[in-house]
Design a protein around this ligand. Structure first.
Ligand code: CU
Length: 449
C-alpha cells in the first residue's frame, strides 16, 4: 500500500478521538499534506468515510467537474512484479496491475474516461453495478468495443453501496488473464452500524506463467501456478497491519479465471457482512473462519482484531499457497535419493532430488537454483524458521499501541505462549513416554497411562 494511503488511514483514525467537524479538518489537512490530493479527501467527497487501504495496490485519482466525479482509466501494457524475482508483461490500467481501486460514495455521479493503449479492442464492464444498459460495457452486446487508440466515456449515478469490481468484457479470457481487472468501493451515503477502523481491499487472481517466461498464458484452463492477492504472491504480499482491538473490514474480490478461493483467517472469527449484491442483514450473518470467494464475486468480512500476533490470512486450497516451481513434480515422498543423485549428475549437472520428504525447501536454501525470472514454490525466512507458504498468503499483524501502520516486524511472543520443544520435566510430570504410542483404538473418551 502506498504511503499516501497509510497517512490517510492514520489521519482518519484520529477522527474517533476528535470531534467529527474538527476531525474532518485534520483528515483533509493530512491528505492535502500527502500528495496534491485535496480533491481526493473524504471531506470533499460530500460524505465522511474511512478510506480503503489497498495492500500492494493503488487508488485512482479523480476531480470534481460540475458536480460529477471524473476518473480516467488508461488500459495499457504494464511490466509488473508479482513477487521479488518474478516480473511479467501484463495488461493493466494506469501503469498498475490490477487497475487502481476506484473509491466513491453512494449517490455520486461518476464519469469514467477509458483510453485504450492496448494493441487490441477492449471495454470496461462495471461488475455488480445497477446502471443503464448501455453503460454495462459488454463488447458487441451493449456497446462498440473501444478500438486501440480510442477513448470512451462511461457515465452513471451510483445507486448502491458496497464492494464491486471492474474488468474488461471483451475477449475476457485473454484480457482478464493478463490482468485487466480492478475493484470499486462505494461507501454508503448514510452508514449504519459501527465503522471499521481498518478497511482493506484485496483482489484475488490466478496466473499461468511458465518458469522463465515473461508473459502470462491466457490459454491455460487448469494449471495456474501463480496465485495472488492484489497481484502479489507471498512473500511479495504486504502485511495487514492492525492495532489490537480495532474493527477490521476485509473486502475480497475474485476475478480469477477458473478457481474459487476459500480465504482463511487465523486466530479470529469473523462475520460475512456483504456480498457484491449488497449488505447482509445483521440477523442473517453467522460466524466463520473461512469465506469462500467464488469467481466473479466479492465477499466482505468484519472482525475485531482482539488477539495480538502475526496471523496467517490465506487461501485454504493448498495448491494456491504454492508458487511457480512446484507443480508437476513427480511424487518423491518416501523415495531414498541416495545414490540416485550421483548417477544423474553426470547427465544433468547440479542435479538434486527434491521432494522426498515434501516441499519444505529450507534445507536446500542457498544452493537451490531456479531459472531466471521465476520464483521457488514456497516461502521466505520467518521469525522462527522457514515459512513454507507462497502464493495467496499474507499476514495480519495485530499489535498493541501502534503509532503507525508501517510493518511492525515479527511478533514478540509473551513468555509461555510459544510452542516449543517439550522439556524432560514436562514429560515426566505428565507421564508422557515418547517411546510409547498411546493406543487410539477406542472411539470413546479414554485415559492413557
Ligand atoms: Cu485459492
Amino acid at each position: 500500500m502506498s504511503r499516501g494511503d497509510e497517512k490517510k488511514a492514520a489521519g482518519v483514525t484520529r477522527r474517533s478521538v476528535l470531534g467529527r467537524g474538527a476531525a474532518l479538518t485534520v483528515g483533509a489537512a493530512l491528505v492535502g499534506a500527502g500528495r496534491a490530493a485535496a480533491a481526493k479527501s473524504p471531506a470533499a467527497a460530500g460524505g465522511s468515510y474511512r478510506p480503503v487501504v489497498v495492500p500492494n495496490g493503488s487508488k485512482l485519482p479523480w476531480r470534481m467537474v460540475g458536480g460529477v466525479k471524473v476518473f480516467h482509466l488508461v488500459a495499457e501494457e504494464v511490466e509488473h512484479e508479482l513477487a521479488p524475482g518474478l516480473k511479467a508483461l501484463c495488461w493493466g490500467y494506469n501503469g498498475k496491475v490490477h487497475g487502481p481501486l476506484i473509491e466513491a460514495v453512494e449517490g455520486d455521479r461518476i464519469r469514467v474516461y477509458v483510453t485504450n493503449r492496448l494493441p487490441a479492442a477492449t471495454t470496461v464492464h462495471w461488475h455488480g453495478f445497477l446502471l443503464p444498459n448501455g453503460m454495462d460495457g459488454v463488447g458487441g452486446l451493449t456497446q462498440k468495443a473501444i478500438a486501440p487508440g480510442a477513448t470512451f466515456k462511461y457515465e452513471l449515478t451510483l445507486k448502491q453501496h458496497g464492494t464491486l469490481m471492474y474488468h474488461s468484457h471483451h475477449d475476457e479470457m485473454t484480457q482478464m488473464a493478463l490482468g485487466l481487472t480492478g475493484m470499486v468501493v462505494i461507501h454508503p451515503r448514510r452508514p449504519v452500524g459501527p465503522k471499521a477502523d481498518r478497511d482493506f481491499a484485496i483482489l484475488l487472481h490466478e496466473w499461468r506463467i511458465d518458469a522463465g517466461a515473461r508473459r502470462p498464458d491466457p490459454n491455460e484452463m487448469v494449471e495456474f501456478n501463480v496465485l495472488t492477492m492484489n497481484a502479489r504472491a507471498f512473500p511479495g504480499t504486504d502485511p495487514l497491519v492492525v492495532k489490537q482491538g480495532e474493527r477490521v473490514k476485509i473486502r475480497l474480490g475474485n476475478l480469477s479465471a477458473m478457481d474459487h478461493h476459500p480465504i482463511h483467517v487465523h486466530g479470529h472469527r469473523f462475520l460475512i457482512t456483504e456480498t457484491d449484491g449488497g449488505p447482509i442483514a445483521p440477523s442473517a450473518r453467522w460466524p466463520e473462519n473461512t469465506v469462500l470467494v467464488p469467481v466473479g464475486s466479492t465477499r466482505t468480512i468484519e472482525l475485531v482484531a482482539d488477539a495480538p500476533g502475526d496471523w496467517a490470512v490465506h487461501c485454504h486450497m493448498t495448491h494456491h499457497v504454492m508458487n511457480q516451481m512446484g507443480h508437476g513434480f513427480p511424487n518423491m515422498i518416501g523415495v531414498d535419493p541416495r545414490g540416485l543423485d550421483e548417477k544423474v549428475r553426470p547427465l544433468v549437472p547440479g542435479y538434486m532430488t527434491m521432494g522426498e520428504t515434501g516441499m519444505d525447501m529450507s534445507e536446500h536454501l542457498g544452493h537451490m537454483k531456479v531459472p531466471p525470472n521465476s520464483i521457488p514454490m514456497v516461502g521466505a525466512r520467518g521469525k522462527h524458521d522457514y515459512i513454507t507458504m507462497g502464493g495467496m498468503f499474507t499476514v495480519m499483524k495485530v499489535r498493541q499501541g501502534l503509532r503507525s501502520y508501517a510493518d511492525p516486524g515479527w511478533y514478540e511472543n509473551p513468555p509461555g505462549t510459544l510452542a516449543s520443544e517439550a522439556a524432560a520435566g514436562d514429560l515426566a510430570r505428565d507421564g508422557v513416554d515418547v517411546k510409547e504410542t498411546p493406543s487410539a483404538d477406542s472411539s470413546e473418551s479414554v485415559r492413557f497411562g
